[in-house]
Design a protein around this ligand. Structure first.
Ligand code: FAD
Length: 384
C-alpha cells in the first residue's frame, strides 16, 4: 500500500490497539498514532471470556501477541447452571478468559514496541483534530466518529429490556457459571467466571420490574454491590463484589449500515455491539482490525481497500451479532424459563442462539447430550 503514510486511530481499546499493532507489522512504513481518553492503566469492566479457540486467530497474524497473552489467560471446559431447583453441568464447551486491563496492557506495550505513538488522557472533541490518510474510529459504543458522521454511517441503536451491572468478585469460580435466583421481588441472573487466579467477573442481570422493585434505580454502585452480594450470598461464599464504574445499564443493540465514509472507518463496538452472553465483542473488534489491515495491505488503492474491508467483514460480523441478539432475547425470558426442569432449562439455554444442531450439541457437550437424551426418554415413558 503505497499511498498511506499515516494512520490516526481514535480509541485505545482492543480494536484500536490491535489495529495499531497489525498496521505497524504489515505496513511497516506507515506512521500510526492512537489517541485514548483514559489514563494509561485505566479501563472499564473486569474480565472478558472467549471460546476455547478464540485468540487462536491471533496466532496467525501476530504470534508474539498471542504468546504474551496465553500465560495470562484462565481456561476451563464446563458451564455450570445453578437454579433454585438444582444444578446442571454442560461439559466440554471450553473457554478462556483474561482481565480486560491486562489484555489492554499487553496490546499497549506491544504497540509501543512496534513504534506506535499513543497519546493517553486525551479525549478528542472533534474529528477535525485528526488529520491523516486514514482515520479509524475504534472509539467504542459512544463513538465520536459515528456520532459526527451519523448520516453516513446510518447507525441503528436500540436497547434490550433487561438491566445489568458489571461487577468483579474476589473469588475464582471453577467454571463459567450462570446462577439464577428467585426473590420475593423477581428473578435475577448472575453470569460469573474467573479471569485470574483470584478474581472473577460477576454480571448481574434482571428485568425492568425487578430492577425497580429491588430499588436498584435509586442506589449508587456501592449500595448495588452490597445488595447483590447479599442476594448472591450462596454463590459468592463469603466473597465481596467489587465495583469499577459498575452502574446499571441496558445493553445496546447497535449496527451501522455503513462502516466507511471517505477515509473514515469504523471498527469494533463503534460499528456494532454483541451481547456479553456469547462473549464475542472483543474478538469481533480484533477480527475487524485484522480484516481492515489486511485489506489495506492487499489493495493499492485506499478507497478500494476500505470497500473490500466493509464488504468482506460486514456479513461475517452480522452473523455473530445476530446470534448475540437472539441470545440477549433469551435472557429477557429467563424468569419464565426457570419454571422448566433443570435439564430442559439447560437444553433451552444451550440452544438459545438458534445456531445449535443436535449434531453440534453432541460434539460440544457430549455427556450432557447423552444425559439429556436419556432424561427425555424417561420423561416420555412416564406419560406412556
Ligand atoms: C458487561 C459486559 C461484558 C462483556 N463481556 C465480554 C466478554 O466476556 N467477552 C468479549 O469478547 N466481550 C465482552 N464485552 C464486549 C467488549 O467489552 C467490547 O466488545 C470490546 O471492548 C470492544 O472493543 P473496542 O476496542 O471496539 O471498544 P472499547 O473497548 O470500548 O474501546 C474504545 C476506547 O475508545 C476510547 N475513546 C472513546 N471515545 C474517545 C474519545 N473521544 N477520545 C479518546 N478516546 C476515546 C475509550 O476510552 C476506550 O478505551 C462485554 C461488554 C460488556 C458491557
Amino acid at each position: 500500500m503505497k499511498q498511506i503514510s499515516n494512520i490516526e486511530i481514535l480509541g485505545g481499546g482492543p480494536a484500536g490497539l490491535y489495529t495499531a499493532i497489525l498496521a505497524r507489522k504489515l505496513l511497516p512504513n506507515v506512521r500510526v498514532r492512537v489517541t485514548e481518553q483514559n489514563a494509561e492503566g485505566a479501563t472499564f469492566g473486569f474480565g472478558v471470556v472467549f471460546s476455547k479457540e478464540a485468540l487462536e486467530f491471533l496466532r496467525q497474524d501476530d504470534p508474539e501477541t498471542h504468546q504474551l497473552l496465553r500465560p495470562l489467560m484462565e481456561s476451563w471446559e464446563d458451564i455450570t447452571l445453578n437454579l433454585p431447583s438444582g444444578s446442571v453441568t454442560l461439559d466440554g464447551v471450553g473457554f478462556t478468559a483474561i482481565s480486560r486491563l491486562k489484555l489492554i496492557e499487553v496490546l499497549k506495550d506491544r504497540a509501543v514496541n512496534l513504534g506506535v505513538t499513543i497519546r493517553f488522557n486525551k479525549a478528542l472533541k472533534s474529528l477535525d483534530e485528526l488529520e491523516a490518510d486514514i482515520v479509524i474510529g475504534a472509539d467504542g459504543l459512544h463513538s465520536l466518529m459515528r456520532r459526527t458522521l451519523e448520516t453516513k454511517f446510518k447507525p441503528k441503536i436500540e436497547y434490550f429490556n433487561n438491566h445489568f451491572a458489571w461487577f468483579g468478585a474476589n473469588i475464582p469460580f471453577d467454571t463459567l457459571t450462570q446462577t439464577f435466583i428467585e426473590t420475593a421481588k423477581g428473578a435475577l441472573n448472575a453470569h460469573h467466571y474467573r479471569f485470574s487466579p483470584t478474581l472473577s467477573t460477576f454480571i448481574v442481570e434482571c428485568d425492568g420490574q425487578t430492577f425497580k422493585s429491588l430499588g436498584f434505580d435509586k442506589m449508587d454502585e456501592n449500595k448495588s454491590a452490597a445488595t447483590c452480594t447479599k442476594l448472591f450470598k450462596k454463590s459468592l461464599q463469603g466473597a465481596d463484589l467489587i465495583t469499577n464504574n459498575s452502574i446499571w445499564r441496558q445493553f445496546p443493540k447497535l449496527w451501522c449500515e455503513s462502516w466507511v465514509d471517505g477515509r473514515n472507518v469504523l471498527i469494533g463496538d463503534a460499528a456494532h455491539t454483541s451481547h456479553f452472553s456469547i462473549g464475542s465483542g472483543t474478538r469481533l473488534a480484533m477480527e475487524d482490525a485484522i480484516a481492515l489491515v489486511h485489506a489495506l495491505k492487499d489493495n493499492d488503492d485506499i478507497d478500494e481497500a476500505l470497500t473490500v474491508y466493509e464488504k468482506h467483514r460486514q456479513p461475517i460480523a452480522s452473523k455473530i451479532v445476530g446470534a448475540a441478539n437472539t441470545s440477549a432475547l433469551w435472557y429477557e425470558k429467563f424468569a419464565e424459563k426457570m419454571q422448566l426442569e433443570p435439564m430442559d432449562f439447560a437444553y433451552d439455554y444451550l440452544t438459545r442462539s438458534g445456531r445449535m444442531t443436535d449434531e453440534r450439541l453432541h460434539r460440544i457437550a457430549p455427556k450432557f447430550a447423552k444425559n439429556y437424551k436419556s432424561f427425555k426418554v424417561r420423561d416420555t415413558d412416564l406419560f406412556n
